[in-house]
Design a protein around this ligand. Structure first.
Ligand SMILES: [Zn+2]
Length: 233
């Protein structure tokens, strides 16, 4: 028997007001007055409930026009696992997209990804729409931007290197997609971060950089329920 646990607006609202870490990675809060989206654990003073919307994925929040918060850094949210039933397919697809760049390489396609998962591409797209409110390609785009943001924050790599490692085919593409998502170019984000830290790359940076691509660096799968979306308001 499949037990469907669901989160509703009230539960998400309670979780973000309490900064409940158990909900981190399970939903994102879009603040309509600022156009920014956050993790439930954001340290910034919470917005009024009347001004927020909830999303099951960062890609969905971005598709709705929200930009990632620079304080709680949605790109560092834990990967949520332990889904049930057809959600397992979504979870595997998410891992392949986020950790292996399954939609980044040349010749990569949603069809091929679906094939690897043993489902049809239409079914995969439907599952993404249902559970993440975003298409596989939108999720892949967000994953690329998030990878780039982590590299910007945690390494001293040149921009072209970040663009390639993050899965963008070119520096131009990286600059344009990043600016679209953050509303400012990657160089500006790096300047802001650098003013608060040493510009020199340290041994620690190199270690972090390696850790970014290691599955072990991600939080261990937690047994937890996931929100049933769309949420009722
Ligand atoms: Zn935030």
């Amino acid at each position: 028997m499949i037990v469907r646990m669901s989160l509703d607006f009230a539960e998400c609202d309670r979780a973000r007001l309490a900064r409940d870490a158990d909900y981190d990675g399970r939903f994102y809060t879009g603040v309509r007055t600022t156009g920014i989206y956050c993790r439930p654990v954001c340290p910034v003073r919470p917005a009024r409930s009347a001004n927020v919307s909830f999303f099951p994925s960062a890609a969905a929040a971005e598709a709705a026009g929200f930009r990632p918060c620079l304080r709680c850094r949605p790109e560092t949210a834990p990967f949520c696992s332990a889904w049930i039933g057809s959600r397992a397919t979504v979870e595997r697809a998410l891992r392949l997209i986020a950790e292996e760049g399954a939609l980044d390489q040349e010749g990569a396609s949603v069809e091929r990804l679906a094939q690897r998962l043993g489902v049809g591409s239409r079914q995969l797209t439907r599952l993404f729409a249902r559970y993440l409110q975003a298409s596989p390609s939108k999720v892949a785009r967000t994953a690329r931007v998030q990878r780039a943001k982590r590299l910007l924050d945690e390494t001293g790599l040149p921009m072209i290197e970040i663009a390639m490692r993050a899965g963008f085919g070119s520096l131009r593409r990286f600059n344009s997609v990043f600016a679209e998502v953050y509303g400012r170019p990657p160089t500006e984000i790096r300047r802001t971060r650098r003013s608060a830290r040493k510009a020199e790359q340290t041994v620690e940076d190199v270690t972090n950089e390696k850790a970014l691509f290691s599955p072990r660096a991600r939080s261990a799968p937690r047994s937890q329920k996931l929100p049933e979306f769309p949420l009722r308001e």
